[in-house]
Design a protein around this ligand. Structure first.
Ligand code: URA
Length: 207
């Protein structure tokens, strides 16, 4: 069964998973992706933090506020986009997910991508950028660049972005981050890829 078949059968949410013993220990719950399952834009972060672990949803802490502001600035709302993480369980002390944990969670991510079938995937920060592009990425200099990567059963367009939290550590990154989100919105079309009045959905391929 490939990712697309698995996604059709199981949907984008993981109900129970015990692949990573350290994360099973450290998590309160699994934080599945959030947002419309037919979104044209899919944002992929690293892993849940403390707030996400408590609420069971991605990007609902300070980094999420930064992302929301940038989306708004780009003419989008959170309700227009799908947001998920490479790893769905909070790592202990918010450490980076280990390579094995990223690999363990990859089929969940692939299944979600196959289910949502977005026109554009946006990687938020170094960990998701390197995980999805399968090479080292200098995120600051590559922010805003678009690449093809095999993901969720086929080749997809991937836009590299800074992680929103980078702007909290270094305010000079705000403009680069905002530019990347604006570019993602532009690629997704003026309506942000959400359902339009005619009941259809704009896809990147339409532009
Ligand atoms: N940082 C991430 O990468 N993901 C979240 O869900 C929250 C913060």
């Amino acid at each position: 069964m490939d990712d697309a078949d698995a996604a059709r059968r199981e949907g984008p949410d993981v109900v129970a998973c015990k692949r990573c013993p350290a994360l099973v220990e450290s998590r309160s719950q699994i934080a599945n992706g959030g947002g419309p399952t037919d979104a044209d834009l899919l944002f992929v972060g690293e892993a849940p933090g403390e707030t996400e672990d408590r609420e069971g949803r991605p990007f609902v802490g300070r980094a999420g506020d930064v992302l929301d502001d940038a989306l708004r600035d780009a003419g989008l709302a959170r309700a227009d986009v799908r947001i998920t993480n490479c790893v769905r369980c909070r790592p202990p002390d918010n450490r980076d997910p280990h390579a094995e944990e990223l690999a363990n969670c990859r089929s969940h991510l692939n299944a979600e991508v196959a289910f949502v079938d977005p026109g554009l995937v946006v990687t938020l920060g170094k960990v998701p950028s390197e995980h999805l592009l399968d090479r080292s990425v200098a995120v600051t200099s590559e922010a805003g660049s678009v690449h093809d990567a095999r993901l969720g059963g086929r080749s997809r367009r991937v836009l590299v972005s800074l992680h929103p939290a980078a702007t909290l550590y270094d305010a000079s990154q705000q403009e680069t981050f905002a530019d990347g989100i604006r570019e993602a919105a532009a690629l997704a079309g003026e309506d942000g890829g959400g359902p339009d009045d005619s009941g259809g959905q704009s896809r990147l391929g339409d532009y």
